[in-house]
Design a protein around this ligand. Structure first.
Ligand code: CA
Length: 341
């Protein structure tokens, strides 16, 4: 009898610890360890892996030869030296589009820290060197993360974003179809794979699930309507009926921090509670120690997100800071637990 009780007890503890492991909020490396190295490079992914990220993000656009490459924008000039290498290859609007260059051409470019229209670094204190970082493909990132997972016995996941799907289709290419094909080639299009696909365009999220038959977990990103990010109505998507509609095709939402927490009133908005009612995961963007809300410290913002709003994960340029915060929090909770016994 006693043995059976012990056995049941052991199983209960095991189940609980597995549940806790899954319940742990996720640290999603936003464009890799982009707080330290040029965004979306393989080097930034390696650093994010070493810093303990649970997932590493890849924003995806297509090359001229239809290869998904890891870039945040459809334009190249704010993160590469394209103007020096291919000075004549801009469109009439003066912009250089990744889609106008073959993969071989894209991989000739040097990638640098993000700059603004005056050529100043957007985040001045970040990486200032001139080493020749390169644009990498989605498959190169998949291979890198899979190899590191194998060697370090870890399960770090992929978090690809389909960028500007409507624009890509206007140009005659179907980026979602191509990205899904890559995931399927690597046996990653399943509900239990360590992959989330994210997209701002709700019509595309529905299409990925319903028309393209994706099995992988999906996250609907939420923008502000004033940003003109897509034709989706983000006011509607944040409402209860909007969230219920999202829940039919996606596993979670990726809101902007101020959509979850009113920084003037210093209290949560109704969004998190409404999302949870629809069993949607909440993965807000973007925690940056060099771009915090006015008069707020990094720890204060993390406490708001993890303890007040109780998000399921965060996108961050500073994986190390978020991982360390969660580690200290767990140590503290363990201490309290032991004192109570
Ligand atoms: Ca993104």
């Amino acid at each position: 009898m006693r043995r059976i009780i012990y056995k049941l007890l052991f199983r209960a503890v095991l189940v609980l610890s597995v549940q806790q492991a899954w319940a742990k909020p996720l640290v999603i490396a936003h464009r890799g360890a982009s707080g330290y190295l040029p965004e979306h490079t393989l080097e930034a992914a390696i650093l994010a892996f070493a810093q303990g990220a649970d997932f590493i993000e890849q924003d995806l656009v297509l090359s001229k030869d239809g290869v998904p490459v890891v870039l945040h924008d459809i334009h190249l000039e704010s993160v590469t030296d394209v103007e020096q290498v291919f000075p004549d290859r801009h469109r009439p609007d003066g912009r250089f589009y990744a889609l106008d260059f073959t993969l071989a051409e894209l991989q000739q470019l040097h990638k640098h820290e993000r700059t603004d229209s005056d050529n100043n670094q957007v985040f001045p204190s970040r990486y200032q060197g001139l080493s020749p970082f390169r644009i990498a493909t989605f498959e190169q990132h998949i291979e890198l993360i899979q190899q590191l997972n194998r060697q370090f016995n870890k399960q770090v996941g992929l978090y690809p974003e389909i960028k500007s799907p409507a624009w890509h289709r206007q140009q005659g290419v179907d980026i979602s179809k191509i990205v899904l094909k890559v995931l399927r080639k690597h046996q990653l299009d399943s509900a239990d794979s360590m992959v989330f696909i994210q997209c701002f365009d709700f019509a595309e999220t529905k299409r990925i699930r319903n028309e393209l038959g994706a099995k992988v977990k999906l996250i609907q990103l939420l923008a502000d309507n004033s940003w003109h990010e897509s034709s989706s109505d983000y006011d509607y998507l944040q409402s209860s009926p909007g969230l219920a509609e999202i829940a039919k095709v996606a596993q979670g939402i990726g809101p902007w921090v101020p959509q979850l927490f009113d920084l003037d009133k210093m209290q949560p908005t109704p969004l998190a509670a409404n999302a949870k009612q629809n069993a949607l995961l909440i993965h807000p963007y973007t925690f940056r120690v060099d771009e915090l809300p006015p008069a707020m410290g990094a720890d204060e913002l993390l406490t708001i997100l993890f303890d007040k709003v109780e998000v399921d994960g965060i996108f961050t340029d500073f994986t190390d800071v978020a991982v360390n915060y969660l580690y200290q929090k767990r140590l503290h909770e363990k201490d309290l637990h032991q004192q109570a016994q």
